[in-house]
Design a protein around this ligand. Structure first.
Ligand SMILES: [Fe+2]
Length: 262
């Protein structure tokens, strides 16, 4: 992808998101959250691309994927008033429809377009399928890491903000019970990410996000996670109880091992 093509996609994104306007401050905050998230995912993606010695064309493609990955969030929130895919629609599928309708990718080379669309489609699947074109896998791994790294920021910032300044849609409308579910904790202790069906509370979402460390793909991602102190900040958001402490210990040991390898 050329820089000119990337600039065109970036300009389209700016004008696209400007068409969404919340009726209340709270609604507007949810749109703004996704605009800032997209910018920050792009920053992370550029750092990962550099660490992987991508060519300038590959870096531009990775940046374009970052810009496009969550465009489905805007019509999703406008139509359904939620970021909860299970209660509305898959926002990655909505992103593909949005990009196609806008025609924003029509000038791209066919291979760039198909890698971009596949990476956007795969950015939010629970686990990447084993059979994937190697190029698609590489870009999908990159956007998934960049996305997780910035969602951690969103979660940590949102939890530390005053309740009236929080973006309401971050917690997917789950109840604040002050507890993590036992099955979700057992999954994390076993070294796995808990399936979304096991999530029953806001604390389960925090636990799931902590367990995303298991799914990070690149050494640079672990370095960014460490630099930004995400693991400890997320751990501090979890309930003070032995089950959560045990789960945090397992994730911490995993992250430290990966950092030591790199
Ligand atoms: Fe997303």
């Amino acid at each position: 992808m050329t820089m000119e093509q990337l600039h065109r996609i970036s300009d389209w994104f700016d004008s696209f998101v400007a068409t969404f306007c919340g009726k209340t401050t709270a609604e507007q905050r949810n749109y703004e959250l996704k605009i800032v998230h997209t910018q920050q995912v792009r920053v992370c993606s550029e750092r990962l691309s550099a660490s992987l010695n991508f060519t300038p064309e590959e870096r531009a493609l990775a940046a374009a994927i970052a810009i496009c990955h969550d465009v489905g969030r805007f019509p999703q929130y406008q139509r359904y008033g939620t970021f909860n895919d299970a209660a509305s629609t898959n926002h990655a599928t909505l992103a593909l429809q949005t990009l196609k309708t806008a025609g924003v990718l029509s000038s791209l080379a066919a291979e760039d377009r198909s890698v971009l669309l596949a990476a956007v489609a795969l950015h939010n699947v629970f686990i990447l399928p084993p059979e994937l074109d190697p190029l698609v896998r590489r870009f999908a791994m990159l956007i998934r890491d960049a996305d997780k790294l910035d969602i951690w920021r969103v979660m940590i910032e949102n939890c530390s903000a005053a309740p009236d300044k929080r973006a309401s849609a971050v917690f997917l409308e789950l109840p604040e019970t002050g507890r993590c579910s036992r099955q979700a904790l057992a999954e994390v202790v076993a070294g796995r990410m808990p399936n979304r069906e096991l999530l029953a509370s806001v604390d389960d979402i925090k636990l799931l996000q902590l367990s995303w460390a298991y799914d990070l793909n690149f050494s640079e991602s672990f370095r960014i996670m460490n630099e930004r102190n995400y693991l400890e900040s997320l751990a501090n958001l979890l309930p003070e109880e032995p089950g959560c402490r045990a789960a945090v210990e397992v994730v911490r040991a995993f992250v430290l091992a990966r950092l030591a390898e790199s």
